[in-house]
Design a protein around this ligand. Structure first.
Ligand code: SF4
Ligand code: SF4
Length: 100
């Protein structure tokens, strides 16, 4: 079941990405996070595997230095730095189990 309370309302416009000094794949991480929150199985999350792959070429969510360049660029005025902390809690600790 989709939990609208935990979903990050990112439109994947990608305006935030270019200015990020840490090259963090912001919209991709948000999509994986939303997908992990929707997961209904107890298998090790495939979203974690995608996350791991992305972090081989991009900064991790925890690499965010809070410069807020991305938030200035976001037309949705998302609190990207706060959401990245949620992403980090979900994925940077390891594969874990999807939380519902
Ligand atoms: S606040 Fe974090 S995610 Fe946003 S541009 Fe700066 S380093 Fe990148
Ligand atoms: S600018 Fe905002 S809405 Fe657009 S991709 Fe980045 S976080 Fe998502």
């Amino acid at each position: 079941m989709i939990n609208e309370d935990t979903a990050i309302p990112c439109t994947t416009c990608r305006y935030c990405v270019e200015g990020c000094p840490e090259n963090i794949a912001i919209p991709d991480y948000f999509a994986l996070y939303n997908s992990a929150k929707r997961a209904v199985t107890d298998n090790i999350s495939s979203q974690f595997v995608y996350y791991l792959n992305l972090t081989s070429t991009h900064g991790k969510a925890s690499d965010c230095i809070d410069c807020k360049q991305c938030e200035k660029a976001c037309p949705q005025h998302l609190k990207i730095t706060e959401y990245l902390k949620d992403v980090s809690a979900e994925f940077d600790a390891g594969p874990g189990l999807p939380t519902k």
